[in-house]
Design a protein around this ligand. Structure first.
Ligand code: ZN
Length: 189
C-alpha cells in the first residue's frame, strides 16, 4: 500500500474535513472551488425566496365533494341570481361531506342570506375560499384546516333550487373563476 498521508490529495481532504469539524466555512478551506459559488447570507431576501419552495412544501389540492355534477359555472346568468354567478356549483346529495380544497384558516362560519350557511377559509396567500348553502358546518372560526379535512355538509340553505355546494374564490374581495383556480392546481372539476 502506498502511503497516502503525504500526498497532496490526502492533505487537501484532511484540511477540508478539519474545516467541517471546526465549523469553518468551506469557502475558507477551499477557496479555489468556492470562489465561483456565491454563499448568500441567510437574511438576504433572494436567499429566502430561493429556499422557500424547499422549506415550505406546497399544500396539496383536492375537489370538495365526490359524485357531483356541475350545475352552475362562473359568470353564468340566471333569474335566480341578482348578478352573474360568482362561483362554481357542485350538485350532489344533501348531507354529502364537504372537504377543504386546500390548507387554510377558518375566518368565519355564519348564515349569509342567499349564500345560506357559509364557511370562509383563508389560504396563505390571502385568497378566501367560500363554501356555501351547507346543511351543517363542522369547523369554527380560527381553526386551521388541511386540504381534504371535512368542514361541513352539502345542503340547500339560502337561495337554491336543490342541494349543492357553491364554491367561491375571492382574491382581494374579487371573485375568481373556481374552474380556472382548480385547474391551476391540477384538478378537473
Ligand atoms: Zn352558486
Amino acid at each position: 500500500m502506498p502511503d497516502l498521508s503525504r500526498s497532496r490529495h490526502a492533505l487537501v481532504l484532511r484540511g477540508f474535513l478539519a474545516a467541517l469539524a471546526f465549523g469553518v466555512p468551506v469557502a475558507a478551506a477551499a477557496p479555489a472551488v468556492a470562489a465561483s459559488i456565491p454563499i448568500p447570507e441567510p437574511d438576504q431576501e433572494e436567499y429566502l425566496i430561493a429556499r422557500a419552495p424547499v422549506l415550505v412544501p406546497k399544500p396539496t389540492w383536492q375537489l370538495p365533494v365526490d359524485d357531483y355534477h356541475i350545475t352552475g359555472t362562473f359568470g353564468a346568468s340566471s333569474s335566480l341570481w341578482s348578478s352573474t354567478h360568482t362561483g362554481l356549483d357542485f350538485a350532489t346529495d344533501e348531507g354529502t361531506p364537504i372537504h377543504a380544497v386546500t390548507d387554510g384558516v377558518v375566518v368565519s362560519v355564519e348564515y349569509d342570506g342567499s349564500y345560506g350557511n357559509k364557511t370562509v377559509i383563508r389560504m396563505d396567500d390571502g385568497t378566501e375560499v367560500w363554501y356555501c348553502h351547507q346543511s351543517e358546518t363542522t369547523v369554527t372560526s380560527g381553526q386551521s384546516v388541511d386540504s381534504g379535512d371535512e368542514i361541513g355538509a352539502v345542503g340547500s340553505t339560502g337561495n337554491v333550487t336543490g342541494p349543492h355546494l357553491h364554491l367561491e374564490f375571492r382574491t382581494a374581495d374579487e371573485p375568481q373563476d373556481p374552474d380556472a383556480v382548480l385547474r391551476e392546481h391540477g384538478l378537473d372539476p
